[in-house]
Design a protein around this ligand. Structure first.
Ligand SMILES: [Zn+2]
Length: 345
């Protein structure tokens, strides 16, 4: 028996034909409201026969392109556009999305580190348990929209956590190709200990074909990042077969595939100070290239520390916040397949 929390479904019935908006109510007793439930907005649109597609954003509350794109989709998409069932969950970690923070202000939970969740756990654990066992488990496809959040900028990319099954991996790559972001980053699940706890691997655990996306960052969204999100979303939904009609979304950019299958592709700050970056996301770098400097403004006369890249690759993540502490990620790089095959680090 699946481990599903005792939620209230308000105004929503996933089996109902047509379009309905409602809430997933997660129980959260507070001084202000002893029988309170957190209202996670959700839209279900069902018509005809076809796959079930879960599209979600707001797993991190300070990532906005997906939330805006899914809000518009929920308002505009009609049952006549749909062949199957689409479930739209724009504020997955609702307390974090309301606060505009990565993690929940209630329990500090990072929803993308807590799957499969716990039915009787903290608020964020209960959300994780419901999303995995109540939504992913009934979905054929899952599209999980992210961005860099407040601390980093991320290249616009589809994200694939490669599945071992060749057919399922091909389906993932088909979706990423349709998504049509400038980059597709393929992660090998073995390289990241937290991958079993993220939405993409949770979706796979429930049998769904899943891809993610990173659409910008720096704690904001721009007209270009929002329009990329909206156009890519239409393209990928059409590829799943859920959209019955045609769409005027432009053809995709030919996505450049990068791999990131090792945990040592990051540059970390080793001291506290002010970070001066030397490159931006999308830059191609080589070993020895200057990555940036950390300045010790509180120690007059002390020279800044230089940081250099130690691998060939494309910068996919760059820290946006200037203040750094030891342990902060300054950069992440991924590899072009040919460079990787030659054994470069
Ligand atoms: Zn995120």
């Amino acid at each position: 028996m699946a481990d599903i929390p005792n939620v209230r479904l308000v105004g929503i019935d996933y089996d109902r034909q047509g379009k309905s908006h409602g809430y997933i109510g997660i129980q959260h007793s507070t001084t202000r409201s002893c029988y309170y439930w957190l209202p996670l907005p959700i839209t279900s649109i069902r018509s005809g026969s076809g796959p079930t597609v879960l599209v979600m954003s707001g797993i991190h509350g300070d990532e906005y392109e997906g939330q805006i794109a899914l809000s518009r989709l929920a308002a505009e998409l009609q049952p006549t556009d749909v062949a199957g069932r689409i479930l739209i969950l724009p504020m997955a970690n609702f307390p974090a999305a309301k606060a505009g923070t990565r993690t929940s202000p209630i329990d500090g939970g990072d929803l993308n580190r807590l799957f499969p969740g716990e039915a009787n756990g903290s608020v964020t654990q209960q959300i994780a348990a419901y999303v995995e066992h109540g939504l992913m488990s009934i979905s054929d496809f899952v599209i999980d929209l992210h961005a860099g959040g407040s601390s980093i900028m991320h290249v616009a990319a589809a994200i694939v956590v490669a599945e071992a099954d060749a057919l399922r991996f091909q389906q993932q790559m088909d979706l990423a190709e349709a998504f049509g972001a400038p980059y597709t980053i393929v992660y090998a699940s073995r390289s990241q200990p937290h991958f079993g706890r993220i939405a993409l691997t949770a979706s796979a655990r429930q049998g769904a074909i899943a891809i993610g996306a990173e659409l910008g960052g720096a704690g904001s969204a721009t007209s270009s990042s929002i329009s990329l999100a909206e156009q890519a979303l239409v393209r990928v939904l059409r590829r799943t077969g859920i959209l019955a009609g045609t769409s005027d979304a432009p053809p995709p950019t030919r996505t450049q595939i990068l791999s990131s299958d090792r945990p040592d592709t990051m540059t970390w700050a080793m001291e506290a100070g002010l970070f001066e970056p030397s490159v931006t996301v999308g830059s191609e770098v080589s070993p020895g290239d200057l990555a940036g400097r950390i300045h010790f403004v509180d120690s007059p006369g002390r020279p800044s520390a230089e940081y250099r890249f130690d691998a060939d690759g494309v910068v996919t993540v760059a820290r946006f916040m200037t203040q750094v502490e030891r342990g902060d990620c300054l950069y992440r790089i991924a590899f072009k397949p040919d460079a990787h095959q030659k054994g470069h680090r």
